[in-house]
Ligand binder design. Structure first.
Ligand SMILES: [Zn+2]
Length: 276
């Protein structure tokens, strides 16, 4: 199984390069924005993080408060659209950069998370992250104001408690951190599990979504998922080939992968930690 460790490490390092190569990253953008992505469904972006809110005649559902700074602005944006109270808050997963600051929505909001996420938050005890009041194992259907929202556990993948939010009528899927649009992640992918993450992406294919809203970056369609799966498959194939050629040390293999991928011709001097 050693190659898997190496594959993950090499992939993670490569991710940083591709991220930096994304020209969109460097372009200035407003601090936040709200964009309608379906009838009564809005994407709220604060800096590089996205959340989703859904307006119904019986209240609002917020998927991810993001942060202490973002949540009050999200509420202000919701108030521009509706006076309905926020009734439900969904935590996509337990990572602090997506779910801090939910208290701003008031004490009567039901908070939904995966059961593993609640268990982790109970240990972490972040005072700015109120604990979930509703948890589930595989699937949870939320019905509010005539709208159906399906919460689907992605399985162990990015964290062990990631929830995909699916709106079947709109064929819209909100997926945080599991997949990215024209980005491959960060230099590190903390709390990600391989190869389970690949399997989670395959399972995502079975959801009949047409619109994909992401935790970071612009929304897209099914092609975003296919491109992402394709990236991992290419990387996996290339790393396995190099390993079969006898390359099992990280720096040497990494340089060859990057060269082969045409990302750079002469590798810069990199301080690459050896895989363990
Ligand atoms: Zn995360």
């Amino acid at each position: 199984m050693r190659w898997r460790v190496s594959l993950a490490s090499m992939g993670l390092f490569l991710l940083g390069f591709l991220l930096m190569a994304d020209k969109g990253w460097a372009q200035p953008m407003p601090l936040y924005e709200t964009k309608q992505v379906a009838q009564d469904v809005y994407l709220f972006r604060y800096k590089t993080h996205n959340s989703l809110f859904i307006v119904t005649p019986e209240g609002v559902i917020v998927n991810d408060p993001i942060s202490l700074e973002a949540a009050p602005i999200a509420l202000q944006e919701i108030r521009r659209i509706t006076n309905q109270p926020v009734r439900f808050l969904i935590y996509s997963h337990h990572h602090f950069d997506h779910i801090t600051g939910g208290r701003i929505f008031g004490p009567n909001v039901e908070i939904i998370a995966h059961q593993n996420g609640k268990a982790r938050l109970e240990v972490l005890k972040n005072p700015n992250i109120p604990l979930p009041t509703i948890t589930f194992e595989d699937r949870y259907v939320l019905l509010l104001g005539g709208r159906r929202i399906e919460l689907i556990w992605a399985g162990i993948s990015h964290s062990d408690n990631l929830i995909l939010t699916y709106l079947p009528e709109e064929q819209l899927l909100f997926a945080v951190d599991l997949v990215a649009n024209r980005r491959t992640g960060f230099t590190r992918m903390p709390d990600s599990y391989f190869p389970e993450l690949f399997q989670a992406l395959e399972r995502m294919r079975e959801i009949p979504f047409q619109t994909l809203v992401l935790g970071h970056g612009a929304p897209g369609g099914r092609d975003v998922l296919e491109a992402y799966i394709g990236y991992w498959k290419d990387l996996d194939t290339e790393v396995q080939r190099l390993m079969a050629e006898g390359m099992n040390t990280f720096p040497e293999g990494l340089e060859r992968v990057l060269e082969t991928a045409g990302i750079f011709k002469s590798p810069p001097s990199l301080q690459v930690p050896s895989s363990s």
